[in-house]
Design a protein around this ligand. Structure first.
Ligand code: HEC
Length: 207
């Protein structure tokens, strides 16, 4: 459900942005007649796009996206861009229209930063010899908020780790690269030894 919302949200945002960039270009080039024509033709599609974009965003918030500071800033940027865009394009005010489109582009950057911020700082496991114990500590700090204490959490569309069919190597690749709402954990947060440890721990969650 969450992953479906995430994909549709991304698609709506992309189309919405392309549409507004097109409008902005016409405005900046003083193609007022073409802009009026384009706006007229795209009136209904624009309403559908705006609705889809907001509805999927709200859906994601309702179904468990945590409202971090970055995400709050993003939501404010998006909400602020709406009146700016309406006034900017209606009055043919290039600066307002530019700021509105810029705010939406910036929100996209904030969403990516928000995902990166989710990995946090490295957990110090240097004093722990047993990989399962080290893995458990890493898991509690880095994974449990989405996957839950025993692997079946399911926040933000997180998969049930007690049921996963992935091999250890596939898990490692996925943890490094991330997928959908799951951020990728790079070397600076998770060393190779930590990665091995957490994968060994995840194997113990299997029922
Ligand atoms: C922000 C939430 C979040 C965090 C934090 C997170 N995950 Fe995930 N994880 C997900 C989501 C969402 C998926 C499902 C991705 C997909 O296939 O769409 C997933 C999928 C996985 C899978 C694949 C399961 C399968 O069967 O496909 C593994 C393995 C996994 N996570 C391990 C981890 C480990 C280990 C950590 C900690 C180092 C971690 N995750 C941290 C959200 C998270």
């Amino acid at each position: 459900m969450y992953t479906g919302l995430l994909h549709s949200h991304k698609l709506f945002v992309l189309l919405f942005l392309l549409h507004y960039v097109a409008k902005l270009v016409l405005l900046l080039l003083n193609r007022n007649e073409q802009l009026a024509k384009y706006s007229k033709i795209t009136k209904v599609p624009e309403m559908i796009l705006s609705f889809g974009f907001l509805a999927t965003g709200i859906g994601m918030l309702v179904s468990g996206a945590t409202l971090s500071t970055l995400l709050t800033v993003k939501v404010i940027c998006v909400l602020a861009s709406i009146p700016l865009a309406i006034i900017g394009f209606k009055k043919g005010n290039k600066i307002l229209a530019f700021v509105a489109v810029f705010l939406i582009v910036m929100s996209y950057g904030l969403a990516e930063m928000n995902k990166k911020a989710k990995t946090g700082a490295k957990v110090d496991t240097s004093a722990i010899e047993d990989p399962i114990i080290a893995g458990k500590l890493i898991y509690a700090n880095k994974c449990a908020q989405c996957h839950g204490q025993i692997g079946n959490g399911g926040v933000s569309g997180a998969k049930d780790l007690s049921l996963t069919k992935l091999t250890d190597d596939e898990k490692k690749l996925l943890i490094r690269s991330g997928k959908n709402a799951m951020p990728g954990f790079k070397e600076d947060v998770l060393t190779d030894a930590d990665l091995n440890a957490v994968v060994q721990y995840v194997a113990t969650l299997k029922q």
